[in-house]
Design a protein around this ligand. Sequence first.
Ligand code: DAH
Length: 341
Amino acid sequence: MNMKERLQELQEAARRQIQESGQPEKLNDVRVAFLGKKGELTSILKSMKDVAPEDRPKVGQMVNEVRSQIEEMLEECKTRLDAKMREEKMKAEYIDVTLPAKKSRIGHRHPNTIALEEVERIFIGMGYEVVEGPEVEYADYNFTKLNIPEDHPARDEQDTFFINDSILLRSQTSPVQARTMEQGKLPIRMIAPGRVFRSDEVDATHSPSFHQIEGLVIDRNITFADLKGTLQEFARELFGPETKTKFRPHHFPFTEPSAEVDVSCFKCGGEGCRFCKGSGWIEILGCGMVHPNVLRMCGIDPEEYTGFAFGVGLERIALLKYEIDDMRLLYENDARFLKQF
Ligand code: DAH
């Protein structure tokens, strides 16, 4: 075979392999195999010594032509492959920005939480601090220091969950009063929200675990007028500026005098409706002036300091505000119910 035929054959072989390569890496293998240092074209160049000297320029020119032909084919194929790859990549990574976005369904606040944050906002605005106490409590704090006598029915095992004789699940947030007073920092202006426990059967208005918000103010010269003004303002902020309050005498062991507070029905404005059971009034909390015995037991001199306290049921507020007629709905975590608030 003469040189010309060898070169033609080589070019033909390169053309075929380039066409078949299909991938840039394979294309590179082809380049190395034909044009590389140990490639076929190089080995032909090396055999130039066997060519008659007068033919060498001609053969040299042929070799160069074949080389540039192959280079051109490689280049052309590479351009084609690159374009094809880019197209495939674009197809695979295609994003339709006109598609409606996936809705990320985030949860939201529970009616209890909304009501609590509302109550906190009101009292923080009046300069109160928000404090917390333990849910597992000493009977001492839950009862004794609150002037609740040994034979009081609340101490009955029928009503309170006891862990042992001296430890229980707090049945009210009032023990936080005693804990705060004992710390000895005066004056006090605090609310204490939290979970409380009672041995009650579940029904539309009862649950063995619910929430209260305790309030306590201790300072010099605190009177019942301060208590009334504060709770009146609270009721107006919570239920609207038209809201009236009524203080009914009541008894709590840890306050004297004590009262229960009713608000005028925000549904009918006091005329009487289904919501207020025809009375025009809705009971919302218990309160009173802190009993001197409680002050003394918590290390405060009742001759120098006086104060008032109150306790609100959080669920009661949430049920009223959102006109929910069954407390159980608050605990069932049915998303269809909860997402309405
Ligand atoms: N602890 C009372 C209860 O659970 C509510 C209460 C009434 C709290 C009067 C008070 C208060 O601080 O002064 O029924």
